[in-house]
Design a protein around this ligand. Structure first.
Ligand SMILES: Nc1ncnc2c1ncn2[C@@H]1O[C@H](COP(=O)(O)OP(=O)(O)OP(=O)(O)O)[C@@H](O)[C@H]1O
Ligand SMILES: O=P(O)(O)OC[C@H]1O[C@](O)(CO)[C@@H](O)[C@@H]1O
Ligand SMILES: [Mg+2]
Length: 584
């Protein structure tokens, strides 16, 4: 199967045959582009050609938007091995001229098996030479029985299945391949970090540099200074194992980061001008969107440049993957703030400790920090609307808790209750440089509302302490388990790029390292699903009301929202419904 997806054999693409023959032994290649019917050139290849070892799999569909880029006069040895004359690549002159977005590469098999595969350099560049993987001579790996990943290995997205249910979506398993598509001396890699900080960024940088160096003998690695705009507006730094040796012990990113400044064409110009042929992009959902368009532009120009994403987000809002690196560290650090809030609250009459944690659109940090702590009486997240006054509202619950226990702790995600703020304050529509909504401080606002309510309406003295550790939980170095996780993600990305894969994000799915196509990573945000068992566990741990009426929970399969929040068996949630309205 790998030979189709990573075809060393692309040097000899088979001739187009008749499209009518849909027998099992034939595999269909769909060279498509935006102008679907007009530019489509479909043909099938007899499996007996032996080139495409798809075995039982019957359908391959992927696209070539090949074009001889305007910068064909490759300014470096690293880029642009272009073969415009290869018929399979130049599916049609029309397709050659259209800068279309590549379509998902899907392989289907028996029992509802679906592989959502990642692009490969050989999808759009013919005659790429391959080399034996240098790891086979690496003493560290000599004792490992099976150190190359089997070409047919894939990882299921859904591991809880029913007897007669479909096998479902799979992703390509990450890891070293027997053949690589880059000679070690030819590799010129670069690393960039974008978006907000997250524990573990430096570890990922370190492990990409060390992985390239120690596993593949790659010496040329550049650090891009200050995020995407650094490609064209800043200097670069040379990275080697010595330079990065200790950086995993520090928070932040030694490369610097930024929001905004994504000029795709300038970025790709810079990649081309510098002769970079492996691009490692570490960042959140916005960054991965940026990486996807960089990949498309690189593919459109026909450059031999692998683009690998490593998902970074403190908010855990990237879909498909089990969780993002740094998340555990952030949850752990949040415990310190919650403990402080608890100590303060229980030491004084009617003490309320209020802790605001990060989570712009997704409340995972607040939810996991609450579950870990056990001291929290109420957790408020963006996904779960709440209201303040009246029966069943937050104020009523606070009063009840204070009367029962004499104190309470509230954990609040920064994106929670934003709709209440905009109702009571002038609605603000400010955005940051990347277009993310700038949130108002819900912690301060709700503190004031609670104080006003108890002093003015209830004439009940309370003592509220507001703790805002938001930046503290993401500016620290990663903990031990995140360090290991970062290492695996970085090494997987390196193996994937060396093997010629491109346009992928390296991610953990059901505990296994995989390569996930960009389109799956950027299609939506991961959110806490409040009709799932995990949120129910939280409610039963805090004993807070859900602040929802049953009528507000809509069982609408059409609107079903899926989350990759972890269930107790490590599987992803599949049993959720989206509730529609806020309770007023
Ligand atoms: N739709 C998009 N297309 C191209 N580039 C984008 C897009 N969205 C964001 N970017 C770029 O990605 C970079 C980071 O985006 P953003 O500031 O949203 O952070 P992020 O990667 O989502 O990380 P986080 O939200 O976890 O801090 C920015 O330089 C931004 O310009
Ligand atoms: O770094 P900035 O721009 O202040 O961004 C803060 C935002 O970044 C995040 O940490 C995501 O990275 C959000 O939780 C938070 O709202
Ligand atoms: Mg983001």
């Amino acid at each position: 199967m790998d030979s189709v997806l990573a075809p060393s054999s692309t040097s000899s693409f088979p001739s187009p045959l008749n499209n009518n023959n849909k027998k099992k032994n034939y595999y269909y290649y769909n060279y498509c582009n935006n102008n679907k019917n007009k530019n489509k050139s479909r043909f099938s290849v007899p499996s007996s050609a032996g080139i495409f070892n798809l075995r039982k799999f019957t359908t391959v569909s992927f696209s070539y938007g090949y074009r001889c880029g305007r910068r064909l006069s490759s300014r470096s040895s690293g880029c642009s091995k272009i073969h415009c004359s290869t018929p399979a690549v130049m599916a049609s002159s029309e397709s050659a001229a259209s800068p279309e977005i590549s379509k998902p590469k899907i392989v289907t098999g028996p029992g509802g098996y679906v592989l959502e595969d990642v692009p490969h350099l050989s999808d759009y560049i013919a005659d790429l030479p391959t080399y034996p993987n240098p790891l086979q001579d690496n003493p560290a790996y000599s004792v490992v029985k099976q150190y190359f990943v089997h070409v047919d290995d894939t990882v299921p997205q859904k591991i809880v299945v029913h007897k007669d249910g479909p096998r479902g979506i799979h992703f390509r398993r990450a890891g070293p391949r027997q053949k690589v598509y880059f000679d070690s001396d030819e590799v010129h890699a670069c690393i960039v970090t974008c978006g907000g900080l997250c524990p573990g960024l430096n570890t990922v940088i370190r492990e990409i540099v060390c992985g390239l160096h120690h596993m593949y003998g790659v010496k040329k690695v550049l650090g891009i200074d200050g995020g995407y705009r650094g490609f064209y507006a800043k200097n670069t730094v040379h990275l080697d194992p010595k330079v990065v040796n200790d950086i995993h012990k520090r928070g932040g990113t030694i490369l610097g980061t930024s929001r905004g400044g994504h000029d795709t064409s300038k970025i790709v110009d810079s990649i081309q001008d510098r002769g970079i042929n492996q691009v490692y992009i570490i960042g959140g959902d916005g960054t991965q969107r940026g990486a996807a368009v960089i990949f498309e532009e690189i593919r459109r120009r026909g450059l031999k440049v692998s683009v690998a994403g490593i998902p970074k987000t403190i908010d855990n809002d990237i879909p498909v993957i089990d969780k993002s690196f740094g998340f555990d560290t952030a949850v752990e650090e949040a415990q310190r703030a919650i403990n402080a809030a608890h100590v303060e609250a229980e030491s004084i009459e009617n003490g309320i400790g209020l802790v605001k944690l990060m989570g712009r659109y997704s409340g995972f940090i607040a939810m996991y920090a609450t579950l870990a702590s056990r001291d929290v009486d109420c957790c408020l997240i963006p996904e779960s609307p709440f209201y303040l006054e009246g029966p069943g509202g937050l104020f009523e619950y606070i009063e009840r808790r204070l009367k029962e226990n004499g104190h309470m702790v509230i954990v609040l995600a920064e994106g929670a209750g934003q709709e209440l703020l905009s109702e009571s304050m002038q609605s603000m529509t400010l955005k940051d440089a990347s277009g993310n909504k700038l949130l108002q401080d819900v912690g301060l606002w709700i503190s004031q509302r609670i104080k006003d309510y108890f002093s003015k309406q209830r004439k009940m003295p309370i003592n509220l302490k507001y703790i805002d550790p938001t930046y503290m939980i993401r500016a620290i170095p990663s903990n031990a388990s995140d360090n290991v996780y970062c290492t695996l993600l970085a090494q997987s990305a390196v193996h994937g790029a060396m093997a010629g894969y491109t346009g992928f994000t390296s991610g953990l799915v059901n505990g296994r390292q995989t390569y996930i196509p960009f389109n799956r990573i950027i299609e939506k945000q991961n959110k806490v699903v409040i009709t799932d068992r995990m949120w129910a566990r939280l409610l039963s741990s805090t004993n807070q009301p859900s602040f929802l009426c049953p009528k507000d929970v809509t069982d609408d399969k059409g609107d079903e929202e899926r989350s990759n929040q972890l269930l107790d068996n490590g599987n992803c949630s599949e049993e959720s419904f989206l509730f529609r309205e806020t309770t007023k």
